[in-house]
Ligand binder design. Structure first.
Ligand code: DGY
Length: 335
């Protein structure tokens, strides 16, 4: 009997997805969801031709050199800043991500964070739970309106467009956006979104949502200088990646009321959170859960699994992020 390919599932996933993988592969599994070090990951990858990762395992040149049998890395995430894509391509290793299946769920959450921050929902809930609510007051936790305001979006991919549609059609917002490249006129019209420069975006937005991928060029795309350009009544929402915002500068801007509020689902160096963010009241903090509904996380896990299955059965991954794709069975390029 032909030996089945050996793969590693590097984090705990849904049992039914694991079961599907076991029908095709010899699976080693991080069932206890241990936080493996880079060296431990390399050790576990010995002899494995594929791996299912979740975005917190770094795939770089060192790992690729140490794991010469590895052929494909299937991320259970749409973002893939844990990949050194150039090193993977040079090594002949395919990387895949999980686009589309999480778009609407993540856009919902971006909007939820925007509403929660602008309308001070978490701050006021803490006040109530602490037993401090003793009367109605005209200005008690008065925040900023969302309907009819100007929604700014930095990064206008699928999720950005989902947020634009919610704002424009649901909340009658004026939508402005900045992106590496301008959308085609049909998509702009569907989203009722107007392209502006980054500076105009910062200056005009009442609520600014960040949905751009993390790259070294985007590191601290929002720092002290950018925060200083925003309206003092503005809300900032980050559902993109930690590192896009300078968290220390943001905490300072929130403390100084340089901007009114923020909603953050991602953090520099997460799961650690900058201590200053934990002590400012006007920020809503969530632990990287924008795509976390059971249905969407299951769809993401299934798509990651489908990528592995398609690669080894048909020689082609479904949603690769790099090229060329070596054919299954062909030797990997020398690293
Ligand atoms: C993604 O898909 O990139 C998310 O951030 C992980 O949940």
């Amino acid at each position: 009997m032909q030996q089945r390919p050996a793969i590693l599932v590097a984090r705990a996933i849904f049992p039914e997805v694991l079961e599907r993988l076991r029908q095709h592969f010899e699976v080693s599994y991080n069932g206890h969801d241990e936080d493996w070090s880079p060296d431990e990951l390399i050790r576990r990858l010995q002899g494995k031709v594929g791996v299912l990762t979740t975005g917190s395992q770094r795939i770089d040149a060192t790992l690729l050199r140490a794991c010469p049998q590895l052929r494909i890395v299937a991320n259970m995430a749409v973002g893939f800043n844990n990949f050194d894509v150039a090193a993977m391509t040079a090594a002949g290793v395919v990387g895949t991500n999980t686009p589309d299946v999480l778009t609407e769920t993540t856009a919902d959450f971006g909007f939820a964070l925007l509403l929660a921050a602008a309308r001070r929902m978490v701050e006021s809930e803490h006040f109530l739970r602490a037993g401090r609510w003793d009367r109605w007051a005209y200005d008690l936790f008065a925040g900023q309106d969302v309907h009819g305001s100007t929604l700014g979006i930095l990064g206008m991919g699928r999720i950005g467009q989902g947020i634009a549609r919610r704002g424009a059609h649901g909340f009658r917002m004026r939508v402005i956006y900045h992106n590496r490249s301008r959308l085609d006129p049909t998509t702009e019209a569907e989203c009722r979104a107007t392209y502006v420069s980054k500076e105009e975006l910062l200056r005009q937005a009442d609520h600014l949502v960040l949905v751009l991928p993390y790259t070294p060029q985007n590191h601290h795309a929002i720092g002290a200088a950018e925060l200083a350009m925003m309206k003092p009544t503005a809300t900032l929402v980050n559902i993109a990646r930690g590192g896009i915002v300078d968290d220390a500068a943001l905490a300072q801007a929130l403390r100084d009321r340089r901007i009114a509020a923020a909603g953050l689902d991602v953090f520099e160096g997460e799961p650690k959170v900058h201590p200053d963010l934990l002590t400012v009241p006007n920020v809503v903090l969530t632990p990287h859960i924008a795509s976390a509904t059971l249905a969407t996380r299951l769809a993401m896990a299934n798509l990651a699994a489908d990528n592995l299955i398609a690669f080894f059965t048909r020689g082609e991954a479904l949603t690769p992020v790099n090229a060329p794709q070596p054919q299954a069975g062909a030797p990997r390029a020398a690293t």
